[in-house]
Structure formats: C-alpha cells, structure tokens
Design a protein around this ligand. Structure first.
Ligand SMILES: [Zn+2]
Length: 334
C-alpha cells in the first residue's frame, strides 16, 4: 500500500486502484528502457545525415528501417537471454573493485570481475566494441541485411551509453527516493522539448581508437549522473506532489506522469544536457558506422541498392510508423 500511495496519490482514482496499479506498473517498467522509443528513433535517423555520399546513398534508401528498428534491442530486452546487460553499466560497482580500471579487454575483464558479475552489472562498453567487428564483417561481405540490422542495433547501444542513468546503480533514483527519474530524463523531457533542440552535428569521422573512445564516452556520461540526480532532488523540494505529478490518458489507460510545469523546470535546470547527449550520440553513431565501412575497405554500396533483402524484411518494419503525440496532461491540485 505504501508503494501504491507513492505512485498514485490521487483520491479520486482510489476506487479503481487495483486495475490502474497494473496499468501503471506496466507504464513504469516501460520507462526503464533506454531513451524513450521516440528519442532512439530520432537519434538513429539523424546519424544517417553525418555520412559521406558513398554511404549516404545506401543508408538514405533504408533510413526508415534504421529509424524504426532503433528500438529493437529494447524490445528483445526481456525476451532474449543475455540482452539486458548490453544496455547499461553500474560504474560504481566496478569502481569499487580493488583492481578497477577502464579500457579492459573482455578477456581481462572476465578475469578480474568474473563473467557472472559482468552480466549482472552491465557490459555496454564491451558490447559496443564487439559490434565493431560484426559490422565491419558485414560490410566486407556486402550483406545488406546484416549491415542494416547491425547499424540500427549499434545506434541503440551507443545512444544508451550517453544516458547518465544507464551508467549507475541508482538507475531509477531508487537509492535516493527519486523513483521515476529515469523515464523523466530520457523519455518525458525529450518528448516534450525535442522541437527546441538542434540535432545537427558534424560529418562522420574515423575513430582512431575505438576502445578509448567508448570508455571515454562511458566515463563522461557517468560524470553527469550527479547533476541529473541532484538537480531533480533540489527541484522536488520546491514542488508539492500535487504540482509535481499529473495523470494522463493513453488510449483507455491512465498513467501517472510528471507535470509539464515540473518537467519544464527540470529541463531548464539541466541547461541543454539532453540535447547535448543526443547530439553526442548521433555523432558517435555516424563515426562508428563510418569507421566500420573504412575498415572493411570502403566497399561500394551502390550494387546493394538493387539487391532484394530478406523476404518481408522491410515490409514488416515499414508498416509500423506512428506519429508521436505529445501528451501534455493536466495537473491536479488534490
Ligand atoms: Zn536500451
């Protein structure tokens, strides 16, 4: 009941509380995915425009696929064994280890931390580095389907690596009584304010040292955890719960969400942090795709344009396009 009151403090819904609780919990769980689905798609889409013409011709033809499938790794997160730890890393856990160091190879990391530990506390940097070889191989073999599938997937993991709350044990503020902050930062705020962001970045460039780039990204992202949590903590003291939350309707379901006023105040305090992390994601994804293509010997992708892809491969994904509806829910004062 305590949890119930915490997540659903509105008297007028209490009669139907058990039904709504189920719906609400589903909503809360969905928020524990990475960037909201909308942000992931936008990031993958924008990364296409960083590419040089010989790559752009191919990626642009399949931009819809790259966009829509940016969320595949989250969709299989609870269905495929071993998928979940690819999306995060509990930096505090590794930092507390007496032999902690960044830049460890997977073999060394297994020796130091143990595989079980790694699978519990996250392997995102190692997984990104591993995918470099997979995508390079797909380019070398000129496998259009694999290039697209792996490009969409790696876009997801690189974007996750730019979300501060994906690099901490306190991933949903559960250790500091800030439950829900995960969805607030990566879903609610981008959905409300993305129109204000400029997401254009520079051209894709070659990554000289993949391991170094990936680890620097993780460390940099993790440094932002403090501001993400402390600013929200400070703000929550100024907002009574009735102003902090609202109830919104999605189809026939009701969800508790952060109010627009609260979201805006937090967004202002973050001072461009989300747009900055989205841009950094876009740039790194473009760099990653470009690096794999260069390493594969810059294969000519033009002949792939006419090759038929796997049966139903595009059809099944193209049909799912949905328009984002910004949900600005009403604040309740009681
Ligand atoms: Zn994810």
């Amino acid at each position: 009941m305590y949890i119930l009151k915490k997540i659903f403090p509105y008297n007028f819904f209490k009669k139907k509380i058990s039904l709504y609780l189920i719906l609400l919990m589903i909503g809360q769980q969905a928020n524990l995915y990475a960037w909201g689905f909308f942000a992931h798609k936008k990031i993958n889409r924008m990364a296409v425009f960083t590419l040089p013409p010989p790559m752009l011709i191919f990626y642009k033809k399949y931009i819809q696929y790259i966009t829509e499938n940016a969320v595949n790794p989250d969709k299989r997160r609870y269905a495929v064994k071993g998928e979940a730890p690819k999306h995060y890393i509990d930096m505090e856990h590794y930092q507390a280890h007496p032999n902690y160091q960044t830049h460890l190879s997977w073999t060394k990391a297994k020796k130091i931390y143990g595989e079980k530990n790694l699978k519990t506390h996250g392997i995102i940097p190692w997984h990104i580095i591993k995918m470099r070889y997979q995508l390079t191989k797909a380019f070398k073999k000129k496998q259009a389907y694999q290039i697209l599938r792996l490009s969409a997937d790696i876009g997801h993991y690189i974007a996750d690596a730019h979300v501060p709350l994906h690099t901490t044990q306190n991933y949903n503020g559960q250790l500091t009584n800030q439950q829900g902050i995960h969805g607030l930062w990566e879903t609610r705020l981008p959905e409300l304010f993305i129109q204000e962001y400029s997401l254009w970045t520079g051209k894709a460039s070659y990554i000289q040292n993949m391991q170094d780039t990936v680890w620097k990204t993780i460390v940099n992202t993790h440094q932002k955890v403090h501001s993400v949590l402390s600013l929200e903590k400070k703000l929550s003291k100024k907002f009574p719960p009735s102003k902090k939350y609202c109830v919104e309707q999605r189809k026939s379901s009701l969800f508790k969400n952060y109010s627009v006023a609260y979201a805006k105040a937090y967004h202002d305090l973050l001072d461009g942090q989300i747009a900055q992390q989205m841009r950094a994601s876009i740039q790194m994804i473009g760099n990653f795709w470009f690096t794999c293509w260069v390493d594969a010997g810059q294969p000519n992708l033009k002949p792939l344009l006419d090759k038929p892809l796997k049966k139903n491969f595009l059809k099944e994904n193209f049909n799912k396009k949905k328009k984002l509806k910004i949900r600005a829910c009403e604040e309740h004062s009681h």
